[in-house]
Design a protein around this ligand. Structure first.
Ligand code: HEC
Ligand code: HEC
Length: 384
């Protein structure tokens, strides 16, 4: 064999061994079986809030693409029922593929991180947030969380993974809790890549003609131009399409109040707007403006949010950072007609992307085809 042939042979062997060990690109699942099981137990444990009753899965449930099953509200309800967050729960699936938050000198832009504004550098950092967030799981301290884990039925597993006495050191145990969750979030169970679109790429099913038309419009820079930010092909971060490039943009999405008016549903999650509950968590109440990444980095990024994956979006309404849109049709219609239709003003009216969206000139049938294509991105597709 010449050198090239040997190289090819070796890489084929490698591909076969790696391929059979685990399909995941993020973690060797056979090597970290117990760590992953621990992370899963924590992710689904609804004793880990104060009061009890809320887990990570409460807002990131596998039945709805790891997003919030309560879909009629723009934002999520906390463990304390009168409290609501300021943002819409994104899917926790495929988040593991986001690179660490960083400024990319070549591209001259911020890329990656977790949350809509990238404020957590990676998954483990992200997972430390919700337990202590008064609008989410509302525990008073790290100690309180670790004490709950000590009482859980997976406390033994925790010590098996991290060593005897691991739960005695609160700071370290809290970090390990987050690390275990992150390990679970890296698995094939969370990142399934099992949509109709995946199966069509593998040649196992055929997209309908409407879905194929939607895909074409989605990719075409002169039509939907969606793939410019939501790539439909493999990229830097995965050998399968993620439908996000993890960059940041301001689409000019209206505030949720702008979209819904002062409807009872909206008032429902600004309860602190009314006395006697003190407006301590969101003092701006209904006038809250979300500056996204710019609140952390400065004027050039005001209003910018991280591009979300579109995988499972058909089952994860509402949409965008503030949940202002309730249906995919509405979102696509917004991209198509933002600058020529009747839309409320952008929530943050600076840095709005006027080059790539706003007046796409799509017909109703073309909008529908794009939505039909988005509906092929739901995991767990089975031919009927
Ligand atoms: C009360 C609902 C709620 C709970 C409980 C909750 N989350 Fe979230 N999650 C959200 C919201 C809202 C955001 C977006 C917040 C933001 O951008 O500031 C989010 C963001 C995330 C992200 C970032 C995804 C991305 O693409 O940037 C991940 C990952 C995540 N949550 C995992 C978790 C884990 C792990 C837990 C449990 C420790 C958890 N969440 C508990 C509502 C919740
Ligand atoms: C310039 C980059 C860019 C382009 C082009 C783009 N998007 Fe987006 N998309 C984003 C960003 C950024 C967000 C989040 C905006 C926010 O939360 O304010 C988003 C959000 C979405 C959402 C909401 C997802 C969720 O889970 O909340 C959908 C659906 C969507 N885009 C579909 C599309 C479609 C369809 C097209 C083409 C018609 C498109 N996008 C073109 C950047 C882009």
């Amino acid at each position: 064999m010449n050198k090239i042939k040997i190289l090819l042979f070796v890489s084929l062997l490698l591909a076969i061994t790696v391929g059979t060990a685990t399909a995941s690109e993020l973690i060797d699942e056979t090597e970290h079986e117990e760590l992953i099981e621990l992370g899963k137990q924590i992710f689904f444990d609804d004793d880990l809030s104060t009061p009890k009753g809320q887990s990570c899965a409460s807002c990131h449930h596998p039945d709805v693409g790891f997003a919030d099953p309560a879909q009629s509200r723009a934002v999520s309800q906390g463990a304390v029922p009168v409290r609501f967050g300021n943002r819409n729960s994104p899917t926790a699936a495929y988040a593991a593929y986001s690179p660490d938050f960083d400024y990319n000198e070549t591209e001259q832009m911020y890329i990656g991180g977790q949350f809509w504004d990238g404020r957590a550098i990676d998954l483990a950092e992200q997972a430390k947030g919700p337990f202590l967030n008064p609008l989410e799981m509302n525990n008073p301290s790290k100690l309180a969380v670790v004490q709950k884990i000590i009482k859980s039925d997976y406390a033994d597993l925790f010590e098996k993974v991290y060593g005897e006495g691991a739960l005695d050191n609160v700071e370290e145990a809290y970090n390990q809790t987050a690390e275990a969750i992150a390990a679970f979030e890296m698995t094939d169970e969370v990142n399934r890549f099992s949509s109709k679109y995946d199966k069509s790429m593998a040649g196992e099913v055929k997209l309908t003609s409407q879905e194929r038309k939607g895909l074409k419009l989605f990719n075409d820079p002169k039509k939907g131009n969606c793939a410019a930010c939501h790539p439909s092909t493999a990229g830097l971060y995965s050998d399968k399409p993620l439908f996000t490039d993890f960059t940041y943009d301001n689409l000019g999405v209206p505030s949720n109040r702008g979209m819904m008016g002062d409807s009872p549903e909206l008032m429902d999650y600004y309860p602190f707007y009314y006395p006697p509950i003190a407006p301590i968590f969101n003092p701006d109440g209904l006038d809250y403006v979300d500056y996204g990444l710019g609140a952390l980095t400065g004027d050039d990024e005001m209003g910018m949010m991280k591009v979300p994956t579109l995988r499972n979006s058909a089952v994860t309404p509402p949409y965008t950072h503030n949940g202002a849109f309730m249906t995919l049709n509405e979102v696509v219609n917004f991209y198509n007609t933002r600058d020529v239709g009747e839309w409320p003003a952008p929530e943050v009216n600076i840095n709005v992307n006027r080059d790539e969206l706003g007046d796409l000139g799509l017909s109703d049938a073309e909008e529908d085809a794009i939505v039909a294509f988005l509906e092929t991105l739901t995991d767990g597709y089975e031919e009927t």
